[in-house]
Design a protein around this ligand. Structure first.
Ligand SMILES: Cc1cc2nc3c(=O)[nH]c(=O)nc-3n(C[C@H](O)[C@H](O)[C@H](O)COP(=O)(O)OP(=O)(O)OC[C@H]3O[C@@H](n4cnc5c(N)ncnc54)[C@H](O)[C@@H]3O)c2cc1C
Length: 239
């Protein structure tokens, strides 16, 4: 997930061009290239330029949204992260603690990760130095009903969160005045208005932004984009 959907200024929607027919026998576009194509064909056009000090709304405080906020802050761009998390940020990097004297930690979505990108590896090395993550040299695999365990081999190092995944999510947000977090908050609607993007949580206004990043899964994005003036992109989020 993680689609930039908007820029700034005033104006209306450009009608989508009909997509060209696919010649018989040609492979289908990948989802990524289809979305890229829709971006080229269908945009909400604002007549005024993005201001020099834009504010970006990021909808979703999982790994994607937090990486985006951090990257924007590194470039001096303000961001507001909205996330539904009742217990904390991180989305599917969620960790639950059971404190019955043994202090059990459960990662109930992502349990380990690898790093194939140099920039991510740098971040992982920082987590390792801070004692937040460590390489996992034990087995990882699938435990089937009946108790049969199938190990999943890996040629690259695998890492786990030492106290679960959620602290890694927290560590992704630098202490920075440029980033604000609004949580728990479920953004239900976004719409272009007077050259900005207006967000709502149910009927409650949640501010106006120069750009919006949707950093969560497609089904929710489909609902959110239904009022965006981007029907083609909205349809693709359903896939
Ligand atoms: C059971 C399971 C096991 C997994 N195991 C692994 C693993 O071992 N290793 C690995 O690398 N990956 C694993 N994954 C995948 C990994 O967890 C995800 O790819 C990754 O965490 C996704 O991050 P994200 O930021 O894109 O989305 P998410 O983590 O889903 O974050 C999106 C956030 O946006 C919020 N949100 C959604 N809609 C709105 C809205 N309208 N307004 C405000 N907030 C909203 C959501 O509540 C969520 O907090 C696993 C996933 C699952 C489900």
């Amino acid at each position: 997930s993680g689609a930039v959907v908007a820029a700034s200024g005033a104006g209306g929607a450009r009608p989508p061009k009909a997509p060209p027919r696919r010649p018989r026998g040609k492979p289908r576009f990948s989802r990524q290239s289809a979305i890229k194509k829709s971006f080229q064909q269908e945009q909400v056009v604002f007549s005024t330029p993005v201001p020099a000090d834009p504010t970006v709304a990021i909808i979703g405080g999982g790994a994607s949204g937090l990486a985006c906020a951090s990257a924007l802050a590194a470039r001096g761009v303000r961001a507001v992260v909205f996330d539904t998390g009742m217990h904390g940020l991180g989305g599917r990097m969620a960790t639950r603690m059971v404190d019955d004297g043994r202090r059990l930690v459960f990662d109930h979505a992502a349990q380990f990760f690898t790093a194939s990108d140099q920039r991510f590896q740098k971040l992982v090395d920082e987590w390792v130095d801070k004692g937040l993550a460590r390489e996992w040299r034990g087995s990882i695999g699938e435990l089937e009903a009946g108790g049969h365990f199938t190990a999943i081999p890996s040629s690259t190092p695998r890492y786990i969160g030492v106290r679960g995944m959620r602290p890694l999510a927290d560590a992704m947000l630098p202490e920075n005045d440029l980033i604000k977090v609004v949580r728990p908050s479920w953004i239900s609607k976004l719409e272009p208005f007077n050259g900005l993007w207006r967000l709502f949580e149910s009927e409650k206004p949640q501010g106006q932004y120069d750009a919006v990043v949707i950093a969560h899964n497609g089904k929710c994005a489909n609902r959110l984009l239904s009022t965006s003036g981007l029907p083609q992109l909205t349809r693709q989020m359903k896939v």
